[in-house]
Structure formats: structure tokens, C-alpha cells
Design a protein around this ligand. Structure first.
Ligand code: PLP
Length: 354
């Protein structure tokens, strides 16, 4: 079997057989008078940015800019409503309800298990090694994979712990599962990390999928723009099941602006600034009596073990400082996002009182 056939063999057969909805904007291009999509030409929105018209399902210019940003060819890019939609589409494409499973490595991002629950897929856990700074337990991941497992989600840098997974361990898992399962590497926080993206390895590894987002380093969380990067055949499968018009016109325009060369340079500078704030926040926290431990982070947040998370949360809330209690993942921990210099100072001042 060719490597790509072994990837397609993992897709739900009914999705492979599905005839997707063919929207008006998919079928038509060019022309002068558009009477094909039951739109309304007689509206105040008929001028720029033409909100009376359906948007392009996958705007080519946006795809081209995302492809160039992530260093892949455009055929390997699907633009989605945040990377959360990419997670959901993967679950729906690969997992049959009541039959198939995914593997996650807790503590990790909650949406993998939620998307699995919605789809009726079982969730198997291969916990990160807590006493090794949350390192990937390669043996546990591989042991969790049986014939029912279609997707393995690895989050790097991981939310909520902040660390990158060791690249060699990730590569080992991807290669060991070639032909058996898809490995999804969620790089939502990749711009804050010290290692390059796995996007550069997609061409050699057809069972690899990389998730990226404009929500974090590009500051567009409110616009909802994510990218799923994968082998072109897999992108074609996901295009069969994504909603007909997932990216609203104002969102595509905002993303195009954020991906202009000067804006990319500004986003990179701002990511470097946040990495500097992360260092300052970590150093300040380590001095506080309420703090027991600050884990190293390659993301724009820190996981912090405190003496009493309920007390820290309540002191913070009383001061108007909103943090995230992660004690259900790791006992007595709070997750603190790296903010502006003023916000960092305020957080340190407030937590000094806890
Ligand atoms: C690891 C991880 N993946 C994905 C997401 C979802 O991001 P998006 O805004 O692109 O949907 C988040 C959001 O916090 C996250 O932490």
C-alpha cells in the first residue's frame, strides 16, 4: 500500500464515499452578474466589503499567505474557524461513533476529549510524565494505540503545562504509527517556542497533521482563524465535511491584514516581547511566598503550583485579576497568561498578597 493509501484507509468509509455539498461559490468564478446564490444585490452592504455576497469557502489569497507563513504548499492548508474547528473536523472525518478512539496525553488541552465525546469516540489516556517536567511517555502512547485508535493528539507546547514535547519523542511516535494512526501536533503556541514547527516534516510523514492558529501570537482570538496543515489528500477529505462558508468576509480581511509582511514582522516582535515578559513573570513569581513552583514554559502562559489555589484565586478575583485554576489537571495549580508589562506588574503585586 502506498503511504497515502494507508492514511486514507483510516478515514471513515462513509466520508470517503460522501458526495459533498457543492456551494455556489465553489462552482462559479469570474462573471459580471451573479444570480446563482440567491443573494440580495439591493442592500446597503452591496459596496465593499460586499457582505451581501457569500464568501469564498477557502479564500485563495488567505490560503497562500498561511502557506507561506508556515512554509508549506497551499494544497496542504485548510483554513478553519480557529484550530478548534480543525480538531472537530478530524474527529468527524476519522472516528466512527461507538467504534473508534483517540489518544490524548493529559494534562492537556480539553477540546480533544470534548470533540471525541461529541462524536461518540472513546478517549484513551497516556499521561505526560509529571516528575519529568511533563515529558511525553512514548511507551505509554504506543501502548495505548490499538486498531480502534485513529488519532493521537500531541500538544506542543502543551496547554496547560507550557512545555514543548521533545522533538525526537514526537518524531518517534509519528514514525512508529505510520500506516496505523494519524498524529496531530497542536502548535497553537508555536510562535513562543524555541523549536521549529513540525510543518516542515509534513512532506516526509503523511500520517502527520499540524494545527496552527492566529489566536495567540497574531492576537486574533476574536476573529477565529486556524489552520490545519496536512497531506493534500487529507485536506481534500476535510474540505468535504467543513461547513460551506466557514470564513466570514470580515474575518478573511482581518486575517489578510494580520498576514501582510509588516504585520507578520510586528507579530514576531510582539511574541519576543511576551517571551521577555514570561521570563520576568516567572522570576517574580518564584520569589512569592504563595508560590511553590513555576514550570518552565515555551508558551505565552505559566503553570504555577501554589500553596493554596483556592486562596490565590480568591485574592486575585477580589483585585479584579482573572486567572485560571488548573487544579483539576495538576493539584494546587493556577495558569497565568503572560500579559503586558503593566499587567505582569499588577499580577505580581496582587499575588504577593495571597
Ligand atoms: C492547545 C490549544 N489548541 C487549540 C486552541 C484553540 O485555539 P483557536 O482559538 O485557534 O480555536 C487552544 C486555545 O486556547 C489551545 O490552548
Amino acid at each position: 500500500m502506498k503511504p497515502i493509501d494507508s492514511v486514507l484507509a483510516l478515514v471513515r468509509p462513509e466520508i470517503l464515499a460522501l458526495t459533498p455539498y457543492s456551494s455556489a461559490r465553489k462552482e462559479s468564478s469570474g462573471g459580471r452578474v451573479w444570480l446563482d446564490a440567491n443573494e440580495n444585490p439591493l442592500t446597503p452592504h452591496a459596496g465593499a466589503p460586499r457582505l451581501n455576497r457569500y464568501p469564498d469557502p477557502q479564500p485563495p489569497e488567505l490560503i497562500a499567505r498561511l502557506a507561506s507563513l508556515y512554509g508549506v504548499v497551499p494544497d496542504r492548508v485548510l483554513v478553519t474557524r480557529g484550530s478548534d474547528e480543525g480538531i472537530d473536523l478530524l474527529l468527524r472525518a476519522f472516528c466512527r461513533a461507538g467504534q473508534d478512539s483517540i489518544v490524548i496525553t493529559p494534562p492537556t488541552y480539553g477540546m480533544y476529549a470534548v470533540a471525541a465525546g461529541i462524536q461518540g469516540a472513546a478517549v484513551r489516556s497516556a499521561p505526560l510524565e509529571r516528575d519529568q517536567d511533563f515529558a511525553l511517555d512514548v511507551g505509554a502512547v504506543l501502548a495505548a494505540v490499538d486498531a480502534s485508535v485513529k488519532l493521537v493528539f500531541l500538544c506542543s507546547p502543551n496547554n496547560p503545562t507550557g512545555q514543548l514535547l521533545a522533538c525526537d519523542s514526537v518524531r518517534h511516535v509519528v514514525d512508529a504509527l505510520a500506516g496505523r494512526a494519524i498524529v496531530v501536533i497542536d502548535e497553537a503556541y508555536g510562535e513562543f517556542a524555541s523549536e521549529p514547527s513540525f510543518a516542515g516534516e509534513l512532506a516526509e510523514r503523511p500520517n502527520l497533521v499540524v494545527l496552527r492558529t492566529l489566536s495567540k501570537a497574531f492576537g486574533l482570538a476574536g476573529a477565529r482563524v486556524g489552520a490545519t496543515l496536512a497531506t493534500p489528500e487529507l485536506i481534500a477529505v476535510l474540505k468535504k465535511i467543513i461547513a460551506p462558508y466557514p470564513i466570514p468576509t470580515p474575518v478573511a480581511n482581518a486575517a489578510l491584514e494580520a498576514l501582510a509582511p509588516h504585520a507578520i514582522a510586528a507579530a514576531r516582535r510582539s511574541a519576543l516581547g511576551l517571551v521577555e515578559q514570561r521570563r520576568r513573570l516567572a522570576a517574580g513569581l518564584a520569589e512569592l511566598p504563595a508560590v511553590r513552583r513555576v514550570w518552565p514554559s515555551d508558551a505565552n502562559f505559566l503553570l504555577v503550583e501554589v500553596t493554596d489555589s483556592a486562596r490565590v484565586m480568591s485574592v486575585a478575583r477580589a483585585a479584579g485579576l482573572i486567572l485560571r485554576d488548573r487544579s483539576k489537571d495538576v493539584p494546587n495549580t493556577v495558569r497565568i497568561t503572560v500579559g503586558s508589562p503593566e499587567e505582569t506588574a499588577f499580577a505580581l503585586e496582587t499575588l504577593a498578597r495571597a
